[in-house]
Each structure stands twice: as C-alpha cells, then as structure tokens.
Design a protein around this ligand. Structure first.
Ligand code: AMP
Ligand code: MG
Length: 364
C-alpha cells in the first residue's frame, strides 16, 4: 500500500491507519463504512473493490448527502467488481470464453468504453500496456486470490508458446454493442486500468450528487476534486507518493481541481523464488516480469488513463518510458528505477516536494 497523507490536521496518520484496519475487518461484507463527522471535518467512508480498500473523503457536504452518494457508489463498485474481475466468474470471464470459442460477446456501454480506452493506450504505448495478455499473467500465477508464495517461474517453453500466439489489443474489435477478437488466444485482464475507471466512476457519481470537494483513494491510487476545508481555509489536498524501495514518503504533491494520481510498481505484488523477485506486471514483448523501473507515477485528469499509463511506463523501462510519455503528451510523470535514479518531467518538477539526493534527480 502506498503512503498517502492528507493536508494539515485533517487526518493524522494514526487515524488513517486505524480507519484502514477497521475497514479491512469489514471488507468481506462489502459494506460501506461511513464515519459521520461534526463541524467542517471531512466525511470518510471505506469500501472494497478489486481487492483494494477504497477510501472516500468528502469535504463540505452534509452527512446525509455524503452517506447517500457513498451507498450508491458501493452498489456500482460491487457490480464492477463482478464484471471486470480478472479471474473470478463474471462478464470478463464470459468475454474471454467467447473469444476462445471464436464468438463475440455483448457488453454494457461502460465496459465497451473501457476496452476502447485500453485499445487506444495499448497502441500509443506500442504494446507496453497490453491487457490482452491475460493467459500470460495467469501462467505467472497472478490470477489467484492468494498466489502460492515461492513458486518457480513457468517453463520457458510455456512462455514462448503463449508469446507465439501474439495476443494484442488490435485483435479486439467492438461491433454493435459486442466485443470480438480475431485471435482466440486473447484473454483480457483489465487489472492495469479497471481501478482507475472505478475511481473515475466514483468521482462522477459524487459530482452528480452535488459533491465537488472529495478524494477517492484506492490503495494509494487516487483522484481528487476541488479543495479541502472551507472558505479562506480551503487548501489543496496533499498527497504522498511512496518510495518504492524504502517504503517511506518519496515525494509530496499538492493536488486540487480535478486530478488523478496513479502509481504502478514492481514492488506491489510479486513472487519471490530463490532470491529473485518476479513482479505482477509482465513485459508483453519478453513474456517475463518487468525490471528496470521500480515505480512510475502519472497525473492526468482521468483515472483510467493515468492507471493504464503508469502500468505502461513501468513496462517500457526508463528510456522508452520518457520517449513514450513525451510523445503521448503526458506532462506529469515521476519514475524511480533500480539504479536509484529519479526521473521527473519538467512540468511535474515545480510542484513536487521531493525528499531525495539532488544528484539522483533528472528532469526530462
Ligand atoms: P497496475 O497495478 O495498475 O500496474 O496493474 C497491474 C496489473 O495489470 C497486473 O496485476 C495485471 O493484472 C495487469 N498487467 C500486467 N502486465 C500488464 C501489461 N503489460 N499490460 C496491461 N496490464 C498488465
Ligand atoms: Mg495501472
């Protein structure tokens, strides 16, 4: 879990940790936990989607308004958890089954939109972001609620056999409300983008309820809107980005207006075998887990796109990530690599409070 700190006196770290713990206890019931606050302290609710604890913090709304919107978000999250889960039965599993049988499968508007966005970012990132490689991700053992620790990597022949089937997002087409694949080896795994979409949906639902000052934090990936506090005390939300190696705070960013801040890293989910760590993000070109970049943070005004790009940049590696980011017009990017280098895009640099040795920091 990445470290997130919010501005000023609002959420001392201890409170945040306690909230996380109590919410975890109740996660299985899938119930939103709402903590009514008095005065101008923000509202907080915790719920779970895709195995991630989502914290919703709302500023400047009535308790009733906040509670009602969080309940509706929870209903939508439950549906999307079922629809978009990478390995449990649901819509995505049905779509993948249809692909392997050479059939098309109907999907709702939002799922089709997500697949369209995934196709676009896959093309723009030259296949670094490739959610069509579900079979490869499963082969590495990550399609499991509790993957067996210390498992050996798959046989090289099994990896080569899957690579030879070339699953790509350009194989996937959308026609008349249905999703089809030219390639039966395509299996969609939206784990690199769905959380971003969930955060976007939550923020949109808050806006529909007249809530314009909020933060939706999905395990450290988040979207903020507006500001926190009232009147002349209103200020930006302060967000901490975790150092991928030390686990401390690498940087703090003041975020306001409408921004999504997403980080991908090779430290989040991994399998360790004989002293080597194998990350859950797979390079579609080699079929092996990524190395080189420890973490990539991307800020955009769209959570799904920020989520997908953060995953894509980790796959691309330090050099290609910079080229891809520049070409795609991503202006706010922070990369940390295994060499200990910190690469920051020019526009991100002035707003970053970095706690790092200046000789390690490079601007691009
Ligand atoms: P994230 O934490 O957003 O970087 O997403 C990681 C998840 O994305 C993994 O757990 C997989 O479900 C999926 N994934 C792994 N490798 C890729 C890839 N190259 N392109 C797209 N999705 C991937
Ligand atoms: Mg991602």
């Amino acid at each position: 879990m990445r470290v997130i700190r919010l501005a000023g006196r609002l959420l001392p770290m201890l409170t945040l940790v306690l909230t996380l713990l109590s919410a975890c206890d109740r996660a299985d019931q899938g119930k939103a936990e709402i903590t009514p606050d008095s005065g101008d302290r923000p509202y907080q609710a915790s719920l779970v989607v895709f195995g991630t604890l989502v914290e919703i913090t709302i500023s400047g709304a009535s308790p009733e308004q906040a509670a009602a919107s969080v309940r509706r978000i929870e209903t939508v999250f439950q549906k999307r958890h079922h629809d978009w889960h990478p390995w449990q039965p649901g819509l995505l599993a049905d779509i993948n089954q249809a692909f392997s049988n050479g059939h098309c499968h109907p999907a709702d508007k939002e799922t089709l939109e997500l697949i369209r966005l995934a196709k676009r970012i896959s093309a723009q990132s030259r296949g670094a972001f490739n959610p069509a490689i579900g079979k490869l991700i499963a082969l590495w053992g990550f399609h499991d609620d509790e993957p067996q620790a210390g498992r050996p990597p798959p046989a090289p022949q099994a990896i080569s056999a899957l690579l030879a089937t070339h699953p790509q997002m350009s194989d996937v087409h959308i026609k008349d409300g249905k999703v089809c694949s030219d390639n039966p080896a395509v299996a969609l795994d939206l784990g690199g983008i769905a959380k971003g979409q969930a955060v976007d949906v939550a923020m949109q639902m808050l806006a529909d309820h007249g809530i314009h000052n909020a933060i939706v934090n999905a395990g450290g990936d988040l979207r903020v809107r507006g500001r926190v506090g009232k009147g002349s005390h209103a200020r930006a939300w302060r967000v901490g980005v975790r150092h991928p190696v030390s686990g401390g705070v690498l940087a703090e960013i003041d975020a306001s207006g409408d921004e999504a801040i997403f980080t991908s890293g090779n430290y989040e989910r991994f399998n360790e075998y004989e002293g080597v760590r194998y990350a859950h993000i797979i390079d579609p070109a080699s079929g092996w887990p990524v190395h080189d970049i420890n973490s990539a943070t991307v800020i955009l005004n769209n959570g799904a796109a920020a989520d997908a790009w953060a995953t894509a940049l980790v796959v691309a590696g330090t050099q290609a990530a910079r080229t891809l980011a520049t070409r795609a017009g991503l202006t706010q990017v922070l990369l940390v690599n295994e060499a200990g280098e910190i690469w920051v895009s020019k526009a991100m640099m002035p707003r970053l409070h970095l706690d790092a040795d200046a000789s390690k920091i490079h601007v691009f």
